[in-house]
Design a protein around this ligand. Structure first.
Ligand code: GLY
Length: 377
């Protein structure tokens, strides 16, 4: 058995043993004892457990996983009605839940829910600036920050665009794919820098669409490069190219990949930011590594240039190999997750833990490495 096969078998075994403990709950951030905190506030991470269950079903065909994934559906229906909790992260939530259900089972209720989610996402489009607004208002923020958020995009949103492309295909509504393509083009021009690195966020005047400048939120500094954001760019632009076949997006996926590869530590598992001064703690972010590995495999599958595709595949396998050997929970007697040493938000002290999105992308990357091509984005 290859290392990837073994790791995939182990991952699915862990997911299976976690199902009865998780019930209708969803994991968020790992605790020191190997368990997961459950999602309480409604935020962007609620879809990743569902995504793992659908992938486990795709890998095994066991109805056990289908049943467990379907137990999550009431949450996603309820959340659609709580519109104040919905921001741009509709793809993270709904591609990995109801769209996955429709792709795997053809269920028409799931399809309708996915289309509703896409419509809600499309309503965030700002035609003056040609972007999808990222965040809503938050409690306790300054008035200045609240105003600026009206014109703010973040690199993470590249992963939400597949929901729009999927819905456009399902309904033959080109407007939805125009919105997704416009947002990706704006992101390519403003968030991606000339050297292939990325800002985490970029701000525009929300009325005129005039560009204002790039900032960070979870990275080290405005001008640095937050590694998870870079991974969102690699995976998200490769995904957008797969839908659109626009050369710009393939070029940006490669430039962002090349920047990240050049700045990786030896084992291929990124530190939380690619531009850390010497005295700054070097926390790993295994989730950035897992997203990057999945993104490089997706990119390789979309490249005609054989040598370049082989190169990206080799880097992805190097990252995955080291994740399987050094970063998994496989050696622990008790765990509810797959991957250790993720950095959710370093400035808030959220470092060195399991992260539900790291687990999801680790599973996606293992399945891509095994040649699986049917995903839910
Ligand atoms: N999308 C939020 C994060 O990557 O932390």
């Amino acid at each position: 058995m290859s290392i990837v096969d073994e790791a995939l078998t182990q991952a699915i075994r862990t997911i299976q043993s976690t199902v009865p403990r998780m019930g209708r709950d969803r994991p968020s951030i790992g605790r020191a004892d190997g368990s997961y905190e459950r999602c309480h506030a409604s935020h962007w991470v609620d879809g990743f457990w569902s995504g793992q269950l659908w992938l486990a079903y795709a890998a095994t065909n066991k109805t056990f996983f289908l049943d467990a994934a379907r137990q999550q559906r009431p949450y996603f229906i309820d959340r659609l009605n709580r519109t104040a909790t919905l921001d741009h992260d509709m793809g993270f939530l709904y591609s990995l839940s109801v769209v996955a259900d429709y792709i795997m089972t053809g269920d028409h209720i799931a399809r309708d829910l996915g289309l509703q989610a896409a419509t809600i996402l499309a309503q965030r489009f700002n035609p003056a600036g040609k972007f999808i607004r990222a965040w809503n208002d938050w409690d306790g923020e300054s008035e200045d920050f609240r105003q600026r958020k009206h014109g703010k995009i973040i690199i993470d949103c590249m992963e939400n665009l597949a929901l729009l492309f999927w819905a456009a295909r399902e309904t033959d509504d080109p407007q939805l794919s125009h919105i997704a393509t416009a947002h990706a083009t704006t992101t390519a021009h403003y968030i991606v820098r000339a050297d292939g690195s990325t800002y985490h966020t970029y701000e525009f005047d929300p009325t005129t669409g005039t560009p204002q400048g790039g900032f960070t939120f979870q990275g080290y500094a405005d001008k640095s490069c937050w590694s998870r954001g870079q991974s969102w760019a690699i995976h998200g632009f490769a995904q957008t190219y797969q839908y659109t076949h626009e050369p710009l997006f393939l070029d940006v996926a490669q430039r962002t990949a090349d920047y990240a590869i050049l700045h990786l530590p030896e084992d291929g598992v990124a530190y939380w930011d690619y531009d850390l001064p010497a005295d700054e703690p070097r926390y790993r972010d295994s989730s950035a590594a897992a997203i990057m590995a999945a993104g490089l495999l997706l990119l390789a599958d979309n490249l005609e240039e054989r040598l370049k595709a082989d190169y990206y595949r080799a880097v992805a396998l190097h990252i995955l190999h080291n994740l399987t050997q050094q970063y998994t929970t496989a050696h622990l007697p008790y765990t509810e997750g797959l991957l250790l040493h993720g950095a959710a938000y370093v400035r808030k002290g959220q470092t060195d833990s399991m992260l539900t999105w790291g687990d999801y992308f680790y599973l996606e990357a293992l399945m891509r490495a095994r040649g699986h091509t049917r995903f839910f984005w």
